[in-house]
Design a protein around this ligand. Structure first.
Ligand code: HEM
Ligand code: HEM
Length: 162
């Protein structure tokens, strides 16, 4: 019986792995870009190899962002609705969703905002929040594990009615 047939919020192994791989790719490419960006600022120039690597990071980041949107869409379809009755997961779940929302809006802004100062502000917000994304996922998933594993915590084993 699959998790969909059981109708629980638990993610299947493939679903969970895809989410983790795509999130890791987003984080790594964003972080490497930041590394190159600040290295270039300090040295005055990155040189052709550094510039190419930074551009490649953003190209992969953009592709990973699209894959992330697909994964997030699948979570909105079943995970969020099925998980909602579990009151303990709501604060971290809603924070995670809001964070993704801000990353999506600022990511869009990075493509289309022309005004330099606004583009810079958007970049800082996007970079700081993006850097924090794995932490939000970690706390949300860990809370679920604690709830499910009575050895870790007594927790609320059954969903509470909203
Ligand atoms: C309001 C929004 C959300 C709610 C109410 C919610 C609820 C839940 C619940 C109840 C579980 C435990 C499932 C179980 O194993 O029985 C869970 C686990 C999890 N959730 Fe969410 N969630 C929300 C949003 C999200 C978002 C936006 C993401 C990712 C971007 C996410 C990723 C995860 C992950 C990775 C786990 C651990 C699953 C596992 O290891 O099998 N959740 N969530
Ligand atoms: C929902 C998740 C995310 C989405 C939809 C997203 C989307 C985007 C988009 C569309 C761009 C512009 C790419 C370009 O100009 O070619 C971008 C740039 C960037 N992203 Fe993300 N991103 C996400 C998560 C992250 C994460 C986790 C990090 C981690 C550090 C991050 C760091 C960056 C950085 C540093 C830039 C370059 C900023 C700049 O051009 O000034 N992003 N992102």
């Amino acid at each position: 019986m699959t998790h969909l047939e059981r109708r629980t919020a638990a993610l299947g192994p493939l679903h969970r792995r895809t989410l983790y791989v795509v999130s890791a790719l987003l984080w790594l490419t964003g972080t490497f870009w930041l590394y190159f960006f600040y290295l270039g600022k300090r040295r005055g120039s990155l040189g052709p190899f550094g510039n190419e690597s930074a551009t490649m990071c953003l190209k992969i980041h953009g592709a990973a962002a699209m894959a992330f949107l697909i994964v997030l869409g699948t979570l909105l379809l079943d995970h969020v609705g099925l998980g909602w009755p579990h009151k303990r997961q709501r604060p971290t779940g809603v924070s995670l969703l809001s964070l993704c929302g801000v990353l999506i809006v600022t990511g869009w802004g990075l493509y289309y905002i022309g005004e330099e100062w606004l583009h810079d502000v958007t970049s800082v917000i996007h970079s700081i929040l993006g850097f924090a994304l794995p932490l939000f996922i970690f706390f949300h998933a860990r809370l679920a594990k604690r709830r499910l594993n009575p050895a870790l915590k007594k927790g609320d084993p059954e969903p509470t009615t909203p």
